[in-house]
Design a binder for this molecule. Structure first.
Ligand SMILES: [Zn+2]
Length: 409
């Protein structure tokens, strides 16, 4: 009975399993957030119970812990986070939790509290307080809303997010704006979810999608699928337009000390580039572990490029045994989100600088002769590397090894 004091309704019971289930939801949300830091572009926490109605001092609306706010808090030390709540019901929890903060922007599009749960908040004039003033945006809509009307609201919300320039986006994905949802009054179709996804994907932000409401079981799967298909299309559009402009990456920091989780992150990064086979991926991870275990004695040195908590790229090099001052450059890998933006060149220049400081006079780098490595070869040639030798059929029949060299003196 006492729990009623903290609960905003009568349909969010605390029974023997409530904590266990709610805790599992949080775990999934945090895992999804970690996947983003590990280099994924999008991670989806498909969870029950949902979380967006859970506030600092109260819970309700089937929500116990605020999964999306917890994920946002987890990402916060690495950069600004925007939460967009597209559930039919107001994201009162996120609003309450971040109301006085300016490092997390909360945006919610929902049925007007005049007629929709949670009734007591979600009004336009709730804009944040103190430092957080202007960092909460409520877009309450009327009882009947179709796809067109919804997209107008979404455009306003996304514009605010672009203006905020976050490093991470969290989407509170409610599927209850769907036509026929028993808890809602709107009429969004599967096509509309596709278009909403496109608009959100076109932001080009690393994204954690957290499942919130959605109760019309006949269309849930279809609508979710359409939404994610849209996100993928939007993200592709964004990537194409970005390649056309090739803006430089800002805010990258370089370091040479490795930490334990770099093994996992390097593996992830090398995999995501889609450029290396499974054995090469294993080797990439192994080299990190070698360095972690034996430090410089391993013969492998690293330069890691971090961008707001994510590994954007790295270089690995080391002295060639039995030579006086020759070095091998083993890897330069750049995450697809950062390719074509000058990061590979920056890693190369930094590796050369460190090799020179250590007394190195020559750098060697091997690449395959296959067509798909043409851009890699061009990259080295453009940076002053000269083709030294070609070993025919080295990797496989018809796939030779091209060795490039640059003299540092
Ligand atoms: Zn809802």
């Amino acid at each position: 009975v006492l729990s009623g004091y903290y609960c905003i309704d009568t349909f969010t019971p605390i029974n023997a399993n409530a904590y266990l289930a709610a805790r599992r939801s949080v775990d999934c949300a945090l895992t999804a957030a970690r996947e983003i830091l590990d280099g994924r572009r999008i991670a989806y926490a498909l969870i029950r119970p949902p979380g967006h109605h859970a506030e600092r001092r109260s819970f309700g609306g089937f929500c116990y812990f605020n999964n999306n706010a917890i994920a946002a808090q987890y990402l916060c030390p690495h950069g600004k986070v925007a939460i967009i709540d597209v559930d039919y019901h107001h994201g009162n929890g996120g609003q309450d939790i971040f109301y006085r903060r300016k490092d997390v922007l909360t945006v919610s599009i929902h049925g007007h509290p005049r007629f929709a749960y949670p009734y007591f908040c979600g009004f336009e004039e709730e804009r944040g307080e103190g430092e957080g003033e202007g960092f909460n945006l409520n877009i309450p809509l009327s009882e009947s809303v179709d796809g067109d009307r919804y997209r107008k609201a979404l455009t306003v919300g996304l514009r605010r997010i672009e203006e905020f320039k976050p490093q991470f986006l969290i989407v509170g994905l409610g599927l209850d704006p769907a036509k026929g949802d028993p808890t809602g009054t709107w009429s969004l179709t599967t096509k509309d979810f596709l278009q909403n996804g496109r608009m959100i994907g076109a932001l080009g932000l690393p994204m954690v999608v957290i499942q919130e409401g959605g109760y019309r079981t006949q269309t849930l799967g279809r609508n979710a699928l359409a939404f994610f298909r849209g996100i993928a299309e939007g993200a592709r559009q964004w990537a194409d337009s970005r390649h056309a402009t090739t803006q430089r990456v800002h805010g990258v920091s370089l370091r040479e000390t490795l930490v334990a989780e770099d093994a996992r992150r390097v593996r992830q990064l090398v995999e995501i580039t889609g450029f290396f086979g499974p054995e090469e991926v294993d080797v990439a991870e192994e080299l990190v572990n070698e360095h972690l275990n034996r430090k410089d004695a391993s013969g492998y040195h690293f330069i890691m490029a971090d961008h707001y908590g994510r590994l954007a790229g790295y270089a690995c090099f080391g002295p060639i045994p039995c030579t006086s001052s020759s070095y091998d450059l083993y890897w330069i890998a750049v995450h697809p989100d950062y390719q074509g933006r000058g990061l590979g060149r920056r890693l190369l220049i930094e590796a050369e600088r460190r090799i020179k400081t250590a007394g190195g006079t020559r750098i060697y780098v091997d690449t395959s002769q296959r067509v798909q490595y043409a851009s890699t070869r061009a990259f080295y040639e453009n940076n002053g590397y000269r083709l030294e030798t070609v070993l025919k059929d080295f990797y496989a029949q018809g796939d030779g090894k091209a060795t490039y060299c640059k003299s540092l003196i």
